[in-house]
Write a protein that binds this ligand. Structure first.
Ligand code: PMP
Length: 405
């Protein structure tokens, strides 16, 4: 087999479709977010980042940095092992307590990322519950889909955010069988929010466990940052609340929370938990500091909401097409992969604005977009600059389209 030829052809196909991924080489600076230095063959340049998942800028918060420095000085760099063999550091234990408390659950279990927590957590439950049928929202994240695939459990995909479809599908399964409903609170690309209460009603009616991914909501929603389930007073109805420490909490890692028995079960059987080196203690310390801060402080969330509404209002006023939703995610719809990449390139090269194009398979073909994520640290000037730049580009596209007609 011509391996190199095969690799080259596959990559050429991505280029042809306009969805070859180019990583933007950034250097973030302590205290400088949302500005960063862009390293490119043309040299170094300061850019404004508009697509970070460090939603609240906590990755640079002084309390988080201080906690990480302190833990680094006390414990050194790595955890020194898997959780099972010498790698359970006291900072992990403290962080798990903090997480259980955040969601009002008995226990929490840490993983090295949100992806791994879904893949291993959901995957282990689906694989080990006897003859389990899994019900997965059609828009679920790749990490849940892969976890379900890995489990080899019977999978039923229900229509996105559609409790009635879920109800119909659950009704087809024998009453006594194990069932697991997996869904998200805030969907990352459209920014829409699940009807958690109705999904819980349906799951309860059919005796199914509920597994909620709150990756894009923890830290941001609820009076203590416990996510949409906290805001809606529904945390107690969810068997598993899963989240990340890498987005609003600004650090790295993932977790599940649930009953003591359920977490102990996953801890005991999930290979993605057992057979991997645990997070560095400094990372666990930083994440715990971030969670503690956001449990008490509403200031970041309030300013975040204010920035999101300002961005939305300015884009609407400028006639830039966005997808309406009730979350903090602002998708600017381009609906063409090549154009989406070209707009992103122009924003970066001409205006010093970085927004990564989002193409298939992250979103469906024909719905390519720029996913804009305002943060509390974006200034009025940053917002005006973004909207002016997009308006200029939109005018140009309009002119070009008219010329082609
Ligand atoms: N769940 C959802 C819905 C996500 O969007 C992501 C990451 N984009 C993850 C899980 C994985 O989280 P992490 O980045 O911490 O691996």
């Amino acid at each position: 087999m011509d391996y190199e030829g095969f690799f080259g052809n596959a990559i050429a196909g991505l280029h042809r479709e306009g969805r070859y991924r180019v990583f933007t080489d950034l250097e973030r600076h302590r205290g400088g977010f949302p500005k960063a230095t862009h390293h490119s063959p043309g040299g170094l340049r300061e850019v404004t980042v508009w697509c970070s998942n460090d939603y609240l800028g906590m990755g640079q918060h002084p309390k988080v940095l201080a906690a990480m420095h302190e833990a680094l000085e006390r414990c050194g760099a790595g955890a020194g092992g898997t959780r099972n063999i010498s790698g359970t550091n006291h900072y992990h234990v403290l962080l798990e307590r903090e997480l259980a408390d955040l969601h009002g659950k008995e226990s929490a279990l840490l993983f090295t990322s949100g992806y791994v927590s879904n893949w291993a957590g959901l995957g282990t439950l689906a694989a080990r519950l006897p003859h389990c049928a899994v019900f997965s929202d059609a828009e679920n994240h790749a990490s849940m889909i892969e976890g379900i695939r890995y489990s080899r459990a019977e999978r039923h995909v229900f229509r996105h955010n559609d409790p009635e479809d879920l109800d119909r599908k659950l009704a087809l399964i024998e009453p006594g069988r194990a069932k697991l409903v997996a869904f998200e609170s805030v969907y990352s690309m459209d920014g829409d929010i699940a009807p958690i209460d109705e999904i819980c009603d349906v799951a309860e009616k059919h005796g199914a466990l509920t597994y909620l991914d709150e990756v894009h909501a923890v830290g941001l929603y609820g009076a203590r940052g416990g996510g949409v389930s906290e805001r809606m007073g529904l945390a107690h109805r969810l068997d598993v609340i899963e989240g990340t420490l890498g987005k609003a909490f600004g650090v790295q890692g993932g977790y599940i929370t649930g009953s003591a028995q359920l977490c102990d079960f996953v801890r005991s059987f999930a290979s993605g938990f057992i057979f991997t080196t645990s997070l560095p203690p400094a990372v666990a310390a930083g994440a715990a500091a971030s969670i503690r801060h956001l449990k008490e402080s509403e200031a970041e969330r309030a300013r975040h909401r204010d920035r999101v509404s300002r961005v939305r209002a300015a884009l609407d006023a400028a006639g830039i097409p966005t997808l309406p939703n009730r979350s903090h995610i602002v998708p600017v719809m381009v609906c063409d992969p090549v154009l989406c990449k070209a707009i992103s390139d122009t924003l970066l090269d001409e205006f010093g604005i970085y927004v990564q194009p989002i193409n298939y398979p992250t979103v469906a073909r024909g719905t390519e977009r720029l996913r804009i994520t305002p943060s509390p640290l974006h200034s009025d000037e940053d917002i005006d600059h973004l909207v002016d730049a997009l308006s200029t580009i939109w005018r140009r596209i309009g002119l070009r389209q008219e010329a082609a007609e």
